[in-house]
Ligand binder design. Structure first.
Ligand code: MG
Length: 162
């Protein structure tokens, strides 16, 4: 068994599309970053890389590389799920939390799970929670949002690496 934790945060700015869990959410601001800045996908990716012992998202997809510019984060997720399978691990559970003051995330959660499931993580093992930061700090002021993810991996019985 392996456990991994992931965290990410990005700045919210006007003139960007808001993408969370691969889903476009209508809002006056979007997240800014080298890719589409999908904080949920980035936290999930870091949790899986953490459980695999493969460093972090910045090591695999450096923001100095033009190749990853404006790329959908779901493409990065697909790549990391591929690494996990190549290492002989399977995902047992993925729990996540998105923290943002606005917009309301709840109506989009099922769509996010459905979207993420297209990239190799079954919908039934994903949990997505959403909460505000009670008006405190950068999230409370609407300057950005953050996400956490924790995953549990199991080494496949049919493909042991140890
Ligand atoms: Mg990020």
């Amino acid at each position: 068994m392996r456990i991994g934790i992931g965290f990410d945060s990005h700045r919210l700015v006007k003139g960007r599309r808001l993408i969370l869990g691969g889903v476009h959410i209508p809002f006056e601001k979007g997240l800014i970053g080298h890719s589409d800045a999908d904080v949920l996908c980035h936290a999930i990716i870091d949790s899986i890389l953490g459980a695999l012992g493969h460093g972090d998202i910045g090591k695999h997809f450096p923001d100095t590389d033009i190749k990853w510019k404006d790329i959908p984060s779901t493409d990065l997720l697909k790549h990391v799920v591929g690494l996990m399978k190549a290492d002989g691990f399977e995902l047992l559970w993925l729990d996540t939390t998105i923290i943002t003051e606005e917009p309301k995330i709840m109506p989009y959660i099922e769509n996010m799970k459905k979207e993420i499931s297209k990239y190799g993580i079954p919908q039934k093992i994903i949990n997505i929670k959403a909460k505000t930061n009670e008006g405190m700090g950068f999230i409370g002021r609407g300057e950005g949002m953050a996400a956490f993810a924790v995953c549990v991996l199991r080494q496949s019985l049919y493909n042991p690496i140890i």
